[in-house]
Design a protein around this ligand. Structure first.
Ligand code: C2E
Ligand code: MG
Ligand code: MG
Length: 728
């Protein structure tokens, strides 16, 4: 809730809250100080009261003693008892402080009044100096008494004076300057000794008691000194509260000038920027006042647009160049390769003109999304300007890069559905690779640009620029392979495999050929390797199988047999045997007329799987042959289990058989091994009559090679077959 407040109001509220907290803290500390002061005050007050009471009490005693001395002196000169009495009546009845003057009458004087509840000291107690003080209770009031002899010590009569015990209270009130509440003469009892002043617990006042012999003579109640906390607080709050509020407002004013107003200006400026980039998206005017959240939001957004393309949300040129720079540094350290890929939409201007820029924006957004979805986290994608996109792809394998770029090209060329309308576009892609094409960022970008220009102008929509700037990489091959399949640019050549028992053709090996090899840069072997890596081998093999089987059907010669080569990827297809059967059935060709060659290396990659598929093919009646034997380290255990009919010795052992004794031994041993396993042996790469004759001597079953014939086209194959038929 607070975060939605504009920052001025938020600050003001916070300052006021801080003032309240400060006020509470101040009150608490005032309370503590007040209590401490009260305790000290009380302590000193009590001491003051006690000492004052003591001094008043001794003054009173002195007073009593003065009276006593005066009366006694006078009495000593007047032997007549009546005279004495008259003197007392005359001089002392008027003295208010003396409540009683009495003479004990050993000399015949009569007492003025009864002594009441007084315990005079006993005769025995009255030792030492006279006079003696004592306490009395008379008519419910405490009295201080003095007893002394009139003539000589220890001789009667004695003079007794009684005064009000609490006579000092008015004087104490005067000395302390406050009214006291005195409770006098509580309780009954005997008093012998001097009464003691004692403090008694009382919640809101100081209370003293005079006690004698365990009995209370009376007490004093003094209200506690000092002012109450509430009064003190109110008095101080009068200035404290306005001071705190003024301080808070002063702080607010300073903050507002120094911080809040500039903040507000920054926010407004940021908002204008944000609106300029994304007018439709920020209608949150409630936040226009510079709430911190709003400021943060704008800040994050502006940071984002400083680094991203506002339309597609992809990185912009600044970030992309930063990444490219980092990637090249990384590549220098680790040896990893990076491809810089520039993509441009063909004729985007026309799309914009015909369908409008709004549509064009939608298209760019979708294209950006497709790119992001396709790439890995570690790759970078950016929109550099208008319809130019750039990718930075890290890779290790050239063919994987080709496959990825191919996938990107295919995906980008799929139809787009923008705002309910479908549109098809084509793109041009230029690729330059670090470190193959360039050593630094600028050069790499230049090369990628050149590649893009070649792609825009040339025959291929995707161009990989290599160091000399002229060669096109595997991608073009993939393109042409795909195209070649569509345009039927392939054909099969058939190389005869001759039987050495009776000079007849055993079968023909179908070999893939470009119809116009001069137009293509890659050998058939490399083409097949690329097709394998780029998921193109399945349609290619299908085409080969179809082509070979349709030739068998076309040349209705029951003994004409054709061998096709399979790649390892084909052997991953569970449905390969079904596909072969369907093709044979479709053309009405007997499986006996088809042979399949698999290289030894392929068999040993996944022997169990291959064994299963070969088993299914063999059960259909198809002859199987192990190609390139001697290069793949096949295990004898598997060889024994394989349902293969023929074993084809690799041409590297055959070609120079007549010159190399080692080859001779190897070929001889292989022939013996194959025969032991019940297989026929084929020797490929027979280029000379010497090799041919040597093989015949060694007991080889079939030979294939330029010495016999180069691969032939279909017509010549038929002719060859017919010419070499037994009896022809
Ligand atoms: P491969 O199956 O061992 O085919 C034999 C290769 O040796 C062929 O090369 C053939 O033209 C060549 N050759 C035949 N006789 C001689 C000779 O006397 N001397 C020399 N130097 N070479 C000879 P090609 O057609 O270039 O094929 C190379 C490889 O490409 C083949 O080896 C095979 O592995 C693959 N290949 C060719 N066509 C196909 C195909 O249709 N499908 C598959 N999967 N692979 C194929
Ligand atoms: Mg072969
Ligand atoms: Mg071979």
């Amino acid at each position: 809730m607070l975060t939605r407040l504009p920052i001025q109001r938020f600050t003001l509220l916070m300052l006021l809250a801080a003032s309240l907290v400060a006020m509470a803290l101040w009150s608490a500390s005032l309370y503590r100080a007040h209590r401490q002061q009260q305790q000290e005050l009380e302590h000193w007050f009590r001491i003051a009261v006690e000492s004052r009471v003591m001094s008043l009490r001794s003054e009173e005693k002195r007073n009593l003693q003065r009276h006593y001395e005066r009366i006694r002196r006078w009495m000593l000169g007047q032997p007549d008892a009546f005279e004495r009495l008259a003197y007392i009546n005359r001089n002392y009845l008027e003295h208010p402080e003396l409540r009683l003057i009495q003479l004990q009458t050993a000399d015949g004087m009569q007492p003025f009044d009864a002594l009441g509840d007084c315990r005079l000291p006993q005769q025995d107690d009255l030792q030492g100096d006279w006079p003696w003080y004592f306490f009395c209770r008379q008519s419910g009031e405490a009295r201080l008494g003095l007893i002394g002899p009139l003539y000589a010590p220890r001789k009667l009569p004695r003079l007794i004076l009684l005064a009000d015990y609490f006579e000092f209270i008015p004087a104490l009130e005067q000395a302390l300057g406050r009214r006291l509440q005195a409770v006098v003469g509580a309780g009954e009892g005997q008093w012998y000794a001097e009464a003691n002043l004692a403090e008694v617990e009382h919640p809101d006042a100081l209370r003293f008691e005079w006690r004698s012999g365990g009995e209370a003579l009376g007490g004093l109640l003094l209200r506690r000194p000092g002012t109450g906390f509430e009064t003190l607080w109110t008095m101080q709050a009068w200035w404290m509260l306005p001071a705190l509020l003024s301080l808070a407002l002063l702080l607010y004013w300073i903050l507002r000038r120094a911080l809040l107003s500039p903040l507000q200006r920054v926010t407004l400026r940021m908002r204008q920027e944000v609106m300029a980039h994304r007018p439709a998206h920020d209608r949150d005017d409630r936040y226009l006042a510079p709430g911190l959240r709003l400021l943060h939001k704008y800040f994050m957004y502006l940071t984002h647009i400083a680094r991203h393309d506002p339309l597609t949300g992809l990185s912009n040129r600044v970030i992309f160049e930063e990444r490219l720079h980092q990637a090249i540094l990384e590549g220098k350290r680790s040896g990893r390769k990076y491809a810089l890929v520039f993509i441009d939409i063909d004729h985007f201007r026309r799309v914009n003109q015909e369908l409008g820029p709004y549509f064009g924006d939608g298209l760019l957004k979708q294209l950006g999304r497709r790119l992001t979805e396709m790439l890995r986290e570690s790759d970078s994608v950016a929109r550099l300007e208008k319809d130019n996109f750039a990718l930075l792809l890290g890779f290790d394998d050239d063919d994987r890069l080709s496959a990825l770029v191919e996938k990107i090209y295919q995906t980008l060329c799929q139809p787009y559905r923008v705002y309910g309308r479908e549109v098809e576009i084509s793109v041009s892609i230029g690729v330059a690779v670090y470190p193959n094409d360039a050593q630094d960022m600028d050069e790499l970008a230049l090369k990628a640009d050149q590649a893009l220009m070649l792609a825009q102008k040339g025959d291929w929509p995707v161009v990989f620029l290599e160091r000399d700037g002229s060669d096109f990489s595997a991608f073009s091959i993939i393109q042409s392979l795909r195209q070649a399949l569509d345009d039927e640019e392939f054909e099969l050549a058939y190389q005869p495999v001759m039987s050495l028992h009776g000079h007849r053709t055993g079968y023909f090996e179908a070999l893939l050929r470009w119809k116009h090899p001069e137009q293509h840069h890659y050998s058939i072997e490399r083409t097949i390797e690329l097709a394998e890596k780029n998921h193109l081998i399945k349609p290619l093999t299908h085409w080969i199988l179809n082509c070979a089987v349709s030739r068998l059907a076309e040349f209705d010669e029951p003994d004409l047999r054709i061998a096709i080569n399979l790649s390892m990827v084909d052997l991953h297809e569970e449905d390969l045997p079904d596909r072969v059967r369907e093709t044979l059935e479709q053309h009405g060709v007997s499986p006996r007329r088809l042979l399949i060659e698999i290289t030894e290396g392929q068999i040993m990659q996944e022997p169990d799987r291959v064994l299963d598929i070969l088993g299914r093919l063999a059960r259909m009646g198809i002859s199987l042959s192990i190609d390139d034997f001697g290069t793949g380290q096949a295990s004898l255990t598997y060889l024994k289990k394989m349902p293969v009919e023929k074993l084809k010795i690799d041409q590297s052992f055959v070609r120079h058989l007549d010159e190399d004794a080692d080859d001779c031994h190897i070929v001889e041993a292989t022939i013996q091994l194959a025969h032991t396993l019940g297989m026929d042996v084929v020797a490929e790469g027979v280029e000379t009559a010497e090799v041919h004759n040597l093989l015949m001597e060694m007991g080889c079953d079939f030979v294939q090679g330029y010495y016999i014939s180069r691969p032939l086209d279909a017509e010549h194959m038929l002719e060859w077959f017919r010419n070499t038929r037994p009896g022809s």
